[in-house]
Design a protein around this ligand. Structure first.
Ligand SMILES: Nc1ncnc2c1ncn2[C@@H]1O[C@H](COP(=O)(O)OP(=O)(O)OP(=O)(O)O)[C@@H](O)[C@H]1O
Length: 703
């Protein structure tokens, strides 16, 4: 038995959350916003936010973004002074705050809005859990080894990188421009995984490569090996061939306790913690489905060759929801609220035909036409979409891709990935949303003998006739001794038709039955009688199905940084992160124009009042020009700045600056605080703020 690991069940977790909320006026103030009905509006979308920016922005430049993220310590390689470890990153102050704000918004958007039951379960997990779930046998990727230098590569990534480079070489040879990844001119400095050379391909070969890439996730390991042989794919680093693909399990193994007798793993997802606590959650929810549990936590995957920054790491934060639903009723009570949401969909049939053509469709139509399997799955896809837009992802670089047959676990009914386009990985899965049917609860119930089911009182009792086996216990024991249990369970596992067949055989004399492990037993007619009997049931028992939205927070955070980054027209060195206020690490910068003591009381007053209003503000009283202070905070994504100057001291006025337009307004300290508070909490937008406060064109406008 494992001791010392306790899962936080909802009351404890809620207590913790409530304490936090009490301690933080910001959380309290934000909570007021949740009383609105479902917010799927596009008012905070990338397009709305960036419309002013786009006109003046330089082309996206990954090198400049990386330099900014490094300089401002958004994140950096972990253990850097020891040389670092691939796939492990530490987040610095702005990165940590950005992640915390994304997660706070996730809690508001899903847990609070949908009354989900929050969990905090352990990371260290005993082996039997992952044996039952199938992770020990199957949580693996295919890898290949360079036959000369032993370098290890992920098989599907090798095929992808080489074929993409050949197609790019073909486009270069034909003089066709590459598809830009971000709007605006292509990012020329993007580091290529494999260098392309301008070589023209036969039309049929190019078409075949496109087709392979469109369905890459559909290939098994041996099939990937076949592709490498057919298309002469070698290790681009050495030019040498690679061996046959082999499976590599991605879980980090450990052992629990000093004896080493209890093998365990660091969890690669948070999901199992939800399933194992199902009975308690059900009881907490008064025995009723549907309900959803939700959990934010660290997960670990020993990725084969993590070389894509935050997109592929070995330790990361996931936010997962398990929505438990009646398998006979997958409608969703709030579906009508999202039915009109229009999504960009890439369905499995298009991919199987070797294409990547997307189509726009409302969620309502997609469910009606069977493109998305059911209402609950469609509801969550729409809610994922609304969440990603709200935190600032560009809707034009977001699509939902359906899993193809081989890609999806055999038990899953349907699965859609939210893919976000970025310069590192192209279209990258950032959220998975799957209907996992009853698989997880069924396997854990079978392994532990603990029934993970719902018992539902029926309005009308059901009367049914069915065949049952009745045993002569004495004869059973005498004939089969230690095997008696195996004999009864083999017979009782038969369905109606099987039992009736056995009845027929026993009417002729002894019958032979075979247990699941292949043992044969001869049943005498006097040991068992099979009869049809009438049963009256007033309770229905069933294993719920699970719809699982699963978010990788680091991938979303990185894509958001890319989508928010641009450089000022007048100076390409002046980078800006146009993060929406809801996730920006700091919301308001307080800038005293002078370090003289007479400014101190005002700086204190403004800081305190913003804090009390629930607005996260920081004072920048560094000994540098005001323009430099604004520029530094543009890089940190701070959406607003308030400046205190000599006029402020004399007649209590203050200016308010907006990051993206650098527009400045002026008003009384009271009015500016009220306006910026509403801006930050999402009550008004900048256009409305401009109606309240007149333009300011004084000294502070000089950036
Ligand atoms: N190595 C990783 N680094 C960062 N995020 C990850 C990683 N693996 C998975 N994720 C995130 O977790 C989410 C859910 O995990 P899931 O198991 O569905 O991913 P996956 O299908 O294994 O991803 P991939 O095919 O890209 O390896 C993904 O949508 C992604 O955002």
């Amino acid at each position: 038995m494992v001791v010392g690991s306790l899962a936080f069940v909802p009351p404890l977790r809620l207590q913790a959350a409530n304490l936090l909320a009490r301690a933080s006026p910001r959380v309290l103030a934000r909570r007021n916003l949740t009383s609105k009905p479902l917010d799927n509006s596009e008012s905070t979308t990338w397009t709305a936010r960036m419309s002013a920016v786009n006109k003046t922005a330089h082309a996206f430049d990954k090198t400049r973004l990386d330099a900014l993220l490094n300089r401002r310590f958004f994140y950096a390689p972990a253990f850097e002074i020891y040389g670092g470890v691939a796939g492990l990153y530490d987040y610095g102050p702005p990165g940590s705050s950005l992640q915390a704000n994304i997660l706070a918004e996730w809690r508001r958007h899903f847990i609070v809005e949908e009354s989900m039951l929050e969990l905090d379960t352990t990371i260290m997990t005993p082996s039997p859990v992952f044996e039952a779930s199938g992770h020990v046998a199957r949580f693996a990727d295919w890898m290949v080894k360079d036959t000369s230098n032993g370098e290890v590569l992920r098989a599907d990534h090798l095929v992808k990188n080489v074929l993409e480079a050949r197609l790019e070489g073909d486009r270069e040879a034909r003089g066709v421009a590459a598809q830009p990844v971000a709007p605006g001119p292509a990012d020329k400095k993007k580091k290529k995984q494999v260098k392309s050379t301008a070589v023209k391909l036969e039309d049929t070969v190019a078409a075949e490569y496109e087709s392979i890439l469109a369905q890459l996730d559909n290939y098994s390991g041996p099939e990937l090996g076949g592709l490498m042989r057919t298309h002469k794919i070698t290790n681009p680093g050495s030019g040498e061939p690679v061996g046959e693909p082999q499976q590599f399990n991605l879980m980090f193994a450990s052992s629990i306790g000093p004896t080493g007798q209890h093998p365990g793993f660091l969890r690669p997802e948070t999901a199992q913690g939800h399933f194992l606590n199902f009975s308690r959650l059900l009881e907490f929810n008064n025995g009723r489905v549907p309900f959803a549990s939700a959990q934010i936590g660290r997960t670990f995957r020993n990725e084969i060759s993590p070389r894509a920054g935050l997109l592929r790491v070995r330790e990361f934060t996931m936010a997962e929801i398990e929505h438990f639903v009646d398998p006979l009723d997958k409608t969703h009570p709030r579906f009508s609220e999202v039915a009109d949401v229009e999504l960009v969909l890439l369905d499995k049939y298009v991919q199987a035909a070797g294409q990547t053509t997307t189509r726009r469709m409302t969620v309502g139509a997609a469910v009606k036409e069977g493109v998305i399997a059911n209402e609950t799955l469609g509801y969550f896809v729409a809610r994922i979409y609304a969440f990603l837009l709200r935190i600032g992802i560009d809707g034009k670089r977001l699509r939902f891709r359906q899993h193809m047959a081989n890609e999806m676990a055999h038990y899953a009914t349907d699965c859609w990935d939210a893919e976000i386009q970025n310069s590192v990985g192209g279209w990258t899965e950032c959220v998975g949303c799957a209907d996992r049917a009853a698989y997880d609860l069924t396997v854990h119930a079978a392994k532990t003998g603990h029934a993970l089911i719902v018992r539902q009182a029926l309005k009308e009792p059901v009367v049914e006739e069915r065949a049952v086996a009745e045993w002569d216990k004495k004869a059973l024991g005498k004939t089969f001794k230690a095997d008696a249990g195996a004999v009864t369970s083999t017979v009782e596992a038969l369905d109606e038709a099987g039992l009736m067949r056995l009845k027929g055989e026993l009417a002729q004399g002894p019958a032979i039955i075979k247990s699941p492990d292949g043992k044969e037993f001869t049943l005498q007619p006097e040991v068992v009688t099979i009869e049809r009997k009438t049963f009256k049931t007033s309770v229905r028992e069933f294993t719920p199905n699970v719809i699982e939205p699963s978010f990788g927070v680091g991938r979303i955070l990185y894509c958001l940084l890319e989508h928010s980054f641009w450089s000022r027209e007048q100076d390409v060195e002046r980078g800006v992160l146009s993060l929406p206020a809801v996730v920006a690490p700091t919301k308001v910068l307080i800038v005293p124009l002078s370090a003289r003591a007479e400014f101190d009381p005002l700086v204190k007053e403004v800081s305190l009042r913003l804090r009390k209003a629930g607005v996260h503000a920081r004072v920048d009283d560094s000994n540098t020009s005001i323009g430099k202070r604004y520029a530094r905070n543009d890089e940190l994504g701070t959406p607003f700045g308030v400046t205190l100057d000599f006029a402020s001291v004399q007649n209590r006025t203050m200016t308010l600056r907006e990051r993206d337009t650098m527009d400045q307004r002026i008003g009384s300290i009271d009015d500016v605080i009220a306006t910026v508070t509403e801006l930050v909490l999402g009550g008004i937008d900048w256009a409305e703020a401009c109606q309240r406060l007149p333009a300011y064109d004084g000294v502070q406008a000089v950036d």
